[in-house]
Design a binder for this molecule. Structure first.
Ligand SMILES: [Fe+2]
Length: 308
């Protein structure tokens, strides 16, 4: 974190004579930190701006983890200790679980406060100005692959979907199912090239046009058309290829004979099928595309989401 002396050095002139407590206040405050970083950026102090934005991220991560009651500061060596004597796979899984909880905490926090997105974006922009394309790309990619969907306009999209939903929003195909499909999809996509933005949007849109909770053969087609409409309204920040994947996944999600090699679409459909556990049904392996969806750990993950 930035020291008091460094902060004083970077501060705008009008802050130079302020007492220590006031400077500390700025350093603990996201608004203060982002203003300070912007000031540095404006004055060409790009490295300093990056450091300050990093501090802002640490504060935001800490707030997110406190709300979610998880420890973001767990380190690799903590996890090594926890999994000592166990296989390398157990270590990798523990690391994945750890990153998943951070990811979820940050995403949930973002739903209330969009600052994390802005900080990522700002840092990416500065790295671009510093001609550090790889770093900039990684940050933009973080935003996109981790949270593109959530860091854009999730509330607007969800509000729109809820308003148009004709069934009981708390029913079998309502909002709790949408959230679980999203969480299961993100879980299945770990370590793959699957597009998380498409998976998240599929989760929320695929059942949104149902007209009953039973056999509704047209609901996939209607959801596909609705996805195009929502995209036209700027509520789904994806590119043309991603939209095509989303439309295909929505259209075919209830067709058990449908086949595809596209890992993103496979995961969308597997995630939806795995949530059959909510209805007391056991998903049949022969209708699941990915190997990870058939694993016992995955079933346990879904049952945990369902509180079973
Ligand atoms: Fe569904």
């Amino acid at each position: 974190m930035l020291t008091l002396e460094e902060a004083r050095k970077y501060l705008p002139d009008e802050y130079k004579d302020k007492p220590d407590e006031e400077v500390r206040k700025i350093m603990d405050d996201i608004q203060g930190l982002t203003e300070l970083a912007e000031f540095c950026e404006k004055n060409g102090k790009l490295r300093e701006a990056i450091r300050i934005y990093n501090d802002a991220l640490v504060v935001l991560y800490e707030r997110a983890s406190a709300e979610a009651n998880i420890k973001v500061t767990t380190t690799t060596s903590d996890i090594c200790k926890k999994t000592k004597g166990l296989s390398r796979n157990r270590f990798n899984e523990a690391m994945d679980d750890h990153y998943d909880s951070i990811h979820n905490a940050i995403r949930d926090y973002h739903l209330k406060d969009g600052t994390i997105f802005k900080v990522f974006q700002k840092m990416g922009d500065i790295y671009s100005r510093m001609a550090r394309p790889l770093k900039a790309e990684r940050l933009y990619k973080n935003v996109k692959t981790l949270n593109c969907f959530w860091m854009s306009q999730p509330n607007k999209l969800i509000e729109e979907l809820k308003q148009g939903f004709k069934l009981d929003i708390d029913g079998d195909h309502g909002i709790a199912h949408w959230w679980r499909v999203e969480k299961i999809g993100i879980y299945l996509s770990r370590g793959t090239e699957a597009d998380k933005s498409v998976i998240a949007e599929f989760a929320f849109i695929h059942d949104s046009c149902r007209e009953n909770d039973y056999d509704d053969p047209g609901h996939g087609e209607r959801a596909a058309a609705y996805a195009v409409e929502l995209h036209g309204k700027g509520l789904t920040p994806i590119d043309d290829h991603e939209l095509e994947q989303l439309v295909t996944a929505c259209k075919n999600h209830s067709d058990q004979d449908y086949k595809t090699d596209d890992i993103t679409i496979q995961i969308c459909l597997d995630a939806d099928r795995l949530d059959l556990y909510r209805l007391g049904e056991i998903p049949d392996d022969k209708f699941l595309f990915t190997e990870v969806a058939k694993k016992r750990e995955t079933r346990d993950f879904v049952l945990k989401l369902l509180g079973k």
